[in-house]
Design a protein. Structure first.
Length: 242
């Protein structure tokens, strides 16, 4: 497949390029800083990647870059950028909608605070104590809900380079809800207590960048199981329950 990565020099984007090349996809990197791109990527990757150097806020440049691409991974920006982050994502989504030669498959980066909390009608980002900038992910999610694109929003917890679990684990993937077990009695908690409970469980939501990227690339086709879904990831023990 032909896949374009926006934010291709970030922690997620650069890994998406590397893994995409290994999987045999035709990868395109949309970057602002080509020097950083060449510093990060080895010869094998750069040789197989088409590079576009331009302004990600330029609608024409983004729309042209999307021509004849099968999928887009939006890994640019971060919630702490506030309105700029929301405008950035909106611009790319809008150009995906307007480019007639783009297939329509899009992955967007969000966060675990976007996922439904089981037994409640709440999400973490709206709870007291959660960083207010996380609500910028809410705004991007609301934008996606207005779109007819075949989108998915990746909602990991903290992403890290590597994890050494105490025993064998497998990657547990959920749609819409948090990927960890939650006490049924949470429905009786106050919102402040729910927030505290979730903060105490944050370590369980850590996943590696590589597993996040592989999940997106393994579900990059149109009309897959994650079409128009929020996706959560966590590791679960493979040890038998005694």
């Amino acid at each position: 497949m032909k896949i374009i990565v926006f934010g291709a020099t970030g922690n997620t984007g650069r890994r998406a390029l590397e893994q995409g090349v290994k999987m045999g996809h035709e990868m395109t990197a949309f970057v602002r800083n080509p020097e950083k791109y060449y510093e990060q990527q080895g010869e094998r990757t750069t040789k197989h990647v088409k590079l576009i150097v331009d302004d990600i806020m330029n609608p024409v440049s983004v729309r042209d870059a999307l021509s004849y691409q099968d999928a887009a991974i939006i890994a640019a920006g971060h919630a702490g950028q506030g309105d700029e982050f929301v405008r950035l994502v909106d611009n790319i989504i809008s150009q995906c909608e307007k480019q007639p030669n783009f297939s329509g498959r899009v992955w967007v980066m969000g966060g675990a605070g976007l996922l439904d909390i089981p037994y409640t009608d709440l999400i973490g980002n709206n709870l007291p104590g959660f960083p207010p900038e996380y609500k910028n992910h809410n705004r991007n999610f609301e934008r996606l809900l207005q779109s007819e694109l075949d989108w998915s929003i990746m909602c990991p917890g903290t992403m890290v380079d590597s994890i050494e679990p105490p025993g064998p684990v497998h990657l547990h993937i959920t749609t819409e809800t948090l990927p960890i077990s939650i006490l049924k009695t949470i429905k009786e908690f106050s919102e402040a207590d729910i927030a505290g409970y979730l903060f105490s469980r944050l370590k369980e939501l850590e996943v590696t960048y590589d597993d996040v990227v592989n999940c997106m690339l393994n579900h990059i086709e149109l009309e897959g199981p994650f079409n128009r879904k929020r996706v959560g990831l966590a590791y679960q023990s493979e040890s038998p329950v005694r």
